[in-house]
Design a protein around this ligand. Structure first.
Ligand SMILES: *Cc1c(COP(=O)(O)O)cnc(C)c1O
Length: 402
């Protein structure tokens, strides 16, 4: 047995598929220390810099001194600390939603929503480029009627809704009509493009479907104060389930769902991920309360993030790079060839810039790119340094045709 694992891993190495995980010797921020060397960090999801914000650290220390670390049991038994309740209230208020439920991660939140709402005889309609956790959730729920629509294509979504409506008319074995759920990422993380949420909500109403958006890369980024994609499109209160992560812009770890009280209560009573797995620890929860308070009271970090993103994108484009079709700070530098992307990322790293190559199977073959992730922690000087290195490496690897 053992030798089989070794063989497979060896094959992965030979094919260049082995994931050599870098170990970070510093906290998160504009720079990371890797093997004793400082590298400009352009690959974290720490959009607002909250992961190492002093205000979070202090809130965590205070809470840990008072309440310790662990919560002792699952939330449904004796593991719901008042801090969990406070965090859920604050998140709901921040999102302008009726209620919120916090889970252990965005991945878990997606599993909880889809597995609790849908079963074998229900219907899911899903964007073809949805996040792995949504795909896994649909598998886990064993949803019998799956319709996958073309990426962000509302015309194809309507076609799929027409087909799905036929299934929706036939009662399930328990006599109820099937639940029909449209699910999409809010922001697609490889390209940074947005779901056509206005059209999705309109079609959902027309065809009597529920809507769920996974706003992992939209929170802290889109809408006023970073309240997310629903606010960005003025659709507040019109998406049934807004799922989010607490590990990206919010800077800690965890996931959450906001929506109407009834649907959130339903999840709290029934979701297996909530009932059979412990909730967030005291430090996580206390840090997150501080994060939401910061985001609620000021939008200066969100503004700084966008200012940095615009500056970087504008100047990368001026240098001659193709920055794709992103509508968010996610900045793909399109290179096409997989080996070119790998070499480009390696050369950036040698020159002090850490930005990862994204290639097949994460994106289609021939669509390899460097994904550049600016954040509110970067100064203009940091970005100018990045631009200089991108220009140098671009010339060395003959990315520019002129
Ligand atoms: C990052 C991400 C997740 C996972 O969130 P975690 O909190 O890390 O589990 C889920 N969905 C999308 C779209 C993401 O980008």
């Amino acid at each position: 047995m053992n030798s089989d694992f070794e063989k497979i891993i060896e094959q992965m190495r030979q094919k260049g598929l082995y994931n050599d995980i870098k170990v970070i010797e510093s906290g998160q921020g504009a720079y990371l220390t890797i093997k004793g060397k400082k590298k400009l960090n352009l690959c974290s999801n720490n959009y607002l810099g909250l992961a190492s914000d002093k205000r979070l650290t202090e809130a965590v220390i205070k809470a840990v001194k008072k309440y310790g670390v662990g919560t002792g049991s699952v939330r449904a038994l004796s593991g719901t600390n008042f801090l969990h309740v406070e965090l859920e209230k604050k998140l709901a208020k921040f999102k302008h939603a009726e209620a919120g439920l916090v889970l252990q991660g965005g991945y878990m939140a997606n599993l909880a929503c889809i597995q609790t709402l849908l079963g074998k005889e229900d219907i899911v309609i899903s964007d073809e480029l949805n996040h792995a956790s949504i795909i896994d959730a649909i598998r886990l729920a064993q949803v019998g009627n799956k319709f996958i629509y073309k990426h962000a294509d509302s015309a194809d979504l309507e076609e799929k809704l027409k087909e799905a409506s036929k299934v929706a008319k036939k009662p399930k074995s328990d006599g109820n009509l099937p639940t029909m759920l449209i699910v999409t990422d809010g922001v697609f993380s490889m390209d940074g493009d947005l779901a056509p949420l206005k059209e999705i909500v309109k079609l959902a109403k027309k065809y009597n479907a529920l809507t769920m958006v996974d706003d992992a890369h939209g929170e802290g980024v889109l809408g006023s104060h970073g309240r997310g994609i629903a606010h960005h499109f003025n659709l507040n209160g019109q998406v049934d389930l807004e799922v989010g992560t607490l590990s990206k812009a919010f800077g800690v770890v965890g996931g959450f769902v906001t929506g109407k009280t009834a649907i959130i209560e339903f999840l709290r009573q029934k979701a297996r991920q909530f009932l059979f797995s412990n909730g967030l620890s005291i430090p996580d929860t206390a840090g997150l309360i501080a994060a939401v308070e910061i985001m609620e009271t000021s939008d200066s970090l969100v503004k700084k993030l966008w200012e940095n993103a615009r500056y970087l994108k504008e100047n990368l484009t001026k240098l001659g790079f193709d920055c794709g079709k992103s509508g968010t700070p996610i900045t793909p530098v399109m290179l096409g060839d997989e080996n070119l992307a790998k070499d480009f990322s390696n050369k950036l790293f040698e020159n002090g810039v850490y930005a990862t190559a994204i290639k097949f199977p994460m994106v289609a073959l021939g669509k390899a790119r460097i994904r550049v992730m600016p954040s509110a922690t970067h100064s203009k000087k940091d970005l100018d340094f990045a631009l200089k290195v991108f220009e140098k490496v671009g010339k060395e690897l003959k990315v520019f045709s002129n």
